[in-house]
Ligand binder design. Structure first.
Ligand code: HEC
Ligand code: HEC
Ligand code: HEC
Ligand code: HEC
Ligand code: HEC
Ligand code: HEC
Length: 486
């Protein structure tokens, strides 16, 4: 290890040592507020923190989900791509109603008018649209997939009667997904049949009240409620209270004791969850059937109480993870960093860093004179040079998880290639200098209840950080490439 690195480690040891000596943060009182106080919405913070409010308002975090043309008072005119507005009538703007079976969706035959779009989701790299559906019967076509939902084909030759399903009421996605470049329609189309509220909302908004939503849904199903148009959030964007906790107490009496300042958080997991509550990928939520988010999560709580991580597939790979566990799709940075923890040890520097140690939380997506990088606190090279000094350029190669692996592509999961073109967050090189997750001797498995240890199918691939939790459930955990062969 170079002298520069040793200096960096010494500096950090000092930093963490000071931290460890300090009192627990957030204090029990602050944690209690984080778990129980009400969300008030970012506009309440603007009077006293006008500068921060103005920054966050133009960041990508604020532009994620916005009300569409059906809400003229709230609709931002340049939200929808210009080319999409121009071509709207030519596009397949049909609403996805429901799932018929695992490979077939019902898609309504009526076109949705631009003026009826309720929600516009995304804009940096892709955009999707949602519009309200009441759960009633419709004339429909069938859309089918042969690759597990990546691409969809719509059969317009046969119209069927879809009987309706009140379970599916809410803001429903249209069959199209588009990109910013003129005419760039995603040819795979889109297949999400759950509503926005059922499936995605809490990663794209602030303070989603899942209990209020569940109650509204029950009432709607029982005919005691008119519709499911309400979304039960404090902000439709990612805002202050997602990262600082609910502001009810702080706005009544602004002190440092009733709001959370993320860099001061002493417990590493809690610190990392500030951003990790959304920048992760789940196999499902604990608090909503069909949900894919950590709905109901509040700062200081535990991931496992809200969602299950998407499953790895050690040695084989799948759509979400490479054979070595590196993330493959969007928003898996949290899992990559957890993997670094296994590889380099819980006390290694990267294992203990939080996203906001490198990223600029208030200014994601903003670039200016004082901020040369759109996502980071400083120019990329300087972020790494702080510790890696002269090696910064070399270590940056780790962000390209596909480098050095051949034939990485959609249909080839059995390859270590990571996120293309996205950035890998596993801070580790293998012997050949390639970005790498776990080696076979580090794969983790849990034997299913009453499973046969000699049968491969009875072993479930788990993440290393889930070991204790599975053992706690009384399951046997094995580490290694093929425990069934032992
Ligand atoms: C009435 C004015 C006022 C409002 C409204 C207000 N704040 Fe504050 N905030 C303050 C003051 C004053 C401080 C500094 C307190 C101190 O130094 O003891 C502060 C400090 C903070 C801090 C830093 C805490 C620390 O430990 O350094 C954060 C974070 C914060 N506010 C977030 C928010 C959020 C989020 C909202 C909206 C929910 C909000 N504030 C609304 C006045 C306000
Ligand atoms: C409530 C959920 C949520 C929280 C909490 C959250 N994010 Fe995000 N983040 C998002 C979403 C959704 C987007 C996509 C916004 C867009 O591009 O339209 C995003 C975008 C980003 C991007 C830019 C992505 C790109 O495409 O380049 C960065 C960087 C980022 N977030 C960092 C952070 C950091 C750092 C934190 C913690 C301080 C954080 N986020 C907390 C949901 C969240
Ligand atoms: C676990 C949290 C989570 C869930 C659930 C989730 N997203 Fe996201 N989404 C994100 C984050 C974070 C980003 C930013 C990209 C990144 O971090 O790589 C993002 C990015 C996006 C983007 C691209 C934004 C842009 O500006 O280009 C779209 C569109 C999107 N999500 C739509 C959806 C839809 C629709 C659903 C539900 C079917 C959904 N997401 C579910 C967290 C989530
Ligand atoms: C994506 C997460 C995130 C969001 C959204 C967010 N903050 Fe912060 N905030 C942080 C982090 C992290 C810090 C610590 C400084 C840093 O790392 O850049 C911080 C620091 C602060 C501070 C301390 C002074 C400063 O500027 O460093 C205040 C006050 C504050 N935030 C208020 C707000 C208000 C008000 C909003 C909404 C308008 C908001 N924050 C939105 C994560 C967030
Ligand atoms: C050691 C510094 C570091 C840490 C810690 C870190 N990142 Fe990054 N991240 C980077 C760099 C460098 C880039 C590339 C920036 C660019 O290309 O603009 C990046 C890119 C991203 C992107 C852009 C999307 C993409 O894949 O191209 C997102 C989103 C992101 N990081 C989120 C996170 C989140 C969430 C965390 C915490 C779980 C995190 N990062 C932790 C350094 C870091
Ligand atoms: C706060 C100090 C610090 C910062 C900032 C930092 N690193 Fe590191 N990095 C370390 C330390 C210390 C190690 C040694 C292993 C460990 O403790 O995680 C390391 C190890 C690594 C490794 C593993 C090298 C190997 O041979 O496996 C890579 C890759 C890496 N860092 C990339 C980066 C990148 C890229 C950035 C900037 C985006 C960055 N680091 C920023 C301190 C830092």
């Amino acid at each position: 290890m170079s002298r520069a690195m040793l200096t960096a480690i010494a500096a950090l040891t000092l930093l963490f040592a000071t931290n460890a000596g300090a009192e627990e943060y957030p204090s029990p009182q602050q944690a209690e507020i984080a778990r129980t106080a009400a969300y008030v919405g970012s506009i309440e913070c603007a009077d006293c923190h006008g500068d921060v409010h103005a920054q966050v308002a133009v960041s990508w975090h604020s532009k994620k989900t916005e009300w569409g043309p059906a809400h003229p008072d709230k609709y931002r005119k340049d939200k929808i791509y210009k080319w999409v507005e121009r071509d709207w009538d030519k596009l397949d703007t049909y609403m996805i109603l429901d799932q018929k079976d695992k490979t077939t969706n019902y898609v309504a035959v009526d076109k949705v008018a631009l003026a009826d779009v309720d929600l516009v989701v995304g804009g940096q790299r892709k955009q999707r649209y949602a519009t309200y559906y009441d759960g009633g019967p419709r004339k429909a076509w069938l859309a089918t997939t042969k690759d597990g939902g990546i691409s969809w084909t719509l059969d317009k030759s046969t119209v069927v009667d879809y009987p309706g399903n009140k379970e599916r009421a809410g803001y429903k996605f249209l069959f199209i997904e588009v990109r910013p470049k003129d005419g760039d329609l995603n040819k795979n189309y889109y297949g999400e049949f759950y509503s926005w509220q059922e499936r995605c909302i809490s990663c794209h908004s602030t303070g989603f009240d899942n209990k209020a939503w569940d109650k509204a849904k029950t009432e709607f199903m029982e005919g005691k409620r008119e519709d499911l148009r309400e979304i039960f959030v404090a902000d439709i964007s990612i805002s202050c209270e997602a990262c600082h906790g609910p502001g009810e107490k702080h706005i009544e009496d602004p002190t440092k004791n009733n709001i959370i300042y993320p860099p001061k958080i002493t417990d590493v997991d809690t610190r990392q969850m500030v951003c990790g509550q959304c920048h992760t990928r789940t196999a499902g939520s604990v608090h909503g059937k069909g949900a894919n988010d950590l709905r109901g999560y509040r700062l200081t709580e535990k991931y496992e109480d809200y969602a299950e991580f998407v499953r790895p597939n050690w040695g084989k790979g799948n759509r979400a993870t490479s054979i070595d566990g590196k993330g493959r799709r969007d928003h898996q940075q949290d899992m990559d960093i957890r993997l670094s923890k296994t590889i380099k040890g819980a006390h290694s520097v990267h294992a203990s860093m939080a996203c906001f140690d490198c990223h600029d939380a208030h200014n994601v997506g903003s670039r200016g004179v004082r901020k040369p990088s759109a996502r980071l606190k400083k120019p990329m090279i300087e972020v790494c040079a702080d510790c890696h000094q002269g090696q910064a350029k070399n270590v940056l190669a780790v962000l390209d998880g596909s480098k050095g692996w051949d034939k990485y592509g959609y249909d080839n999961w059995a390859n270590e290639g990571g996120r293309t073109p996205n950035k890998q967050h596993v801070f580790n090189f293998d012997k050949e200098g390639r970005s790498f997750g776990l080696q076979p001797e580090q794969y983790h498995w849990a034997l299913k209840k009453d499973g046969d240890a000699r049968k491969e199918a009875d072993w479930k691939a788990i993440w290393p950080w889930e070991k204790e939790s599975y053992e706690g459930k009384g399951l046997k955990v094995a580490i290694g490439p093929t425990p069934w062969k032992k």
